[in-house]
Design a protein around this ligand. Structure first.
Ligand SMILES: Cc1ncc(COP(=O)(O)O)c(C=O)c1O
Length: 386
């Protein structure tokens, strides 16, 4: 190629899974039976009524044109009803909800909307890699905030106060139930975060895709906290909670001024989503509590098998984790997590994620996904023990 890249493309690394899953596919193409517990890609089906709604909608002549930039009113109303039912949060369906092509793209739109070059962004030292990557792409200065392992992976607020006073910080990213450590969300944590955002005049961006997965208490939205709306927005998604990761559908919720500002950017980037997809998502949001309980019962059943796998690998882990993954510490005898994960892939044909892809603090950890049938996880245990 003779055309030089933009600095941002030069400096950005391809997403770890984009590279690694290509390797997994090569091994599969060569005939190897790979047990992939690397990514949080639900293998369970969306609800039957979701699929029916898709099929019905796609047959309508009106379903195939461009849709409103803010999604269909019906979809926004369903999100508002879901927030009311699930979190006890009242949202105005017309003004406080912005449908997204998955919450991942929301990270980019929010960053483009609020960050100037050189603005500071606080990201968790272990977290979803896109917070950091996108902040860097828009020229912001990224600073990691510490998570206290012995405090249940909660943010170290004192250290953050120090960081904020040194950087001209504008945004802080947060995500509880936390990926990758599985640390639960608590009201006390959210109240502390909202106070922090007020004290330092920051936009608190909360990413909330795991609130319904293996949660031990009632799910919480950050927007249920007093004073949150002035300083916070929340991303949410159907990817994990409704088994619809490939559908690419989620949303941002927050005060009208934040939603309008993000829409200004987003409406210049894409032209919304396919109506049948939004109609089906509208239906998915009516899934009963029983449907969510049944999904969690399947994941609960897989947990034992994952614990057996981690025992076979001599890893240590806590049993209070929430979300779609189990975070585990490698034994001291392992010299390199990368080597460990590669050996497991090449020798046992079992793929799990190394912890360092979520931040350097994850060097001595691995993350195992629950998105595999129990029998396959048991097969992985057998292979490791052989
Ligand atoms: C913390 C976190 N945020 C966001 C996402 C992306 O979700 P979506 O599929 O809605 O883009 C993921 C996906 O793995 C995630 O773990």
């Amino acid at each position: 190629m003779i055309i030089p890249l933009a600095h941002r493309a030069d400096q950005t690394q391809e997403y770890y899974f984009s590279v690694k899953l290509a390797e997994v596919r090569r091994l599969q193409a060569a005939g190897h039976d790979i047990i992939n517990m690397g990514i949080g890609n639900p293998d369970l089906m969306p609800s039957a009524n979701t699929l029916d709604a898709l099929v019905q909608s796609v047959q309508q002549p009106t379903a195939h044109g461009y849709q409103p930039y803010k999604g269909t009113p019906g979809f926004r109303q369903a999100i508002a009803a879901f927030y009311g039912h699930t979190y006890g949060v009242t949202l105005d369906a017309d003004t406080e909800i912005l449908p997204l092509i998955g919450s991942k793209e929301g990270i980019t739109h929010i960053s483009l909307t609020f960050l100037n070059e050189g603005d500071g962004v606080l990201v968790p030292e272990l977290g979803y890699p896109a917070y950091r990557a996108v902040s860097q792409m828009v020229g912001a200065t990224v600073q990691e905030y510490p998570l206290l392992e012995h405090g249940g992976w909660q943010p170290d607020w004192e250290a953050m106060t120090d960081l904020v006073s040194r950087l001209s910080t504008k945004i802080i990213w947060m995500n509880y139930p936390h990926m990758p450590t599985g640390a639960p969300a608590t009201r006390a944590l959210f109240e502390r975060a909202v106070r922090f955002a007020h004290d330092h005049q920051l936009l608190l961006c909360h990413d909330n895709p795991y609130s319904l997965i293996l949660n031990k208490k009632a799910p919480i939205s950050l927007l249920s906290i007093d004073g949150a709306r002035e300083v916070a927005v929340e991303l949410n998604s159907l990817s994990k909670s409704h088994n619809m990761a490939g559908w690419r559908i989620g949303w941002m919720a927050g005060e009208k001024a934040y939603v309008d500002a993000v829409l200004t950017i987003k409406s210049n980037v894409d032209s919304g989503q396919f109506k049948p997809l939004m109609d089906a998502a509208t239906e998915a949001l009516t899934n009963t509590d029983e449907w969510h309980r049944e999904r969690n019962a399947v994941y609960q059943g897989r947990l034992d098998a994952v614990h057996a796998l981690l025992d076979a690998l001599n890893c240590s882990y806590t049993t209070d984790q929430e979300g779609l993954f189990i975070w585990a510490k490698l034994p001291d005898s392992v010299a390199s997590a990368e080597q460990f994960v590669n050996d497991l892939l090449l020798n046992k044909h079992v793929f799990i994620a190394p912890g360092f892809i979520f931040g350097p603090k994850g060097n001595r950890y691995i993350r195992v996904s629950l998105c595999m049938p129990k029998e396959r996880i048991e097969e992985a245990v057998k292979r490791v023990k052989e």
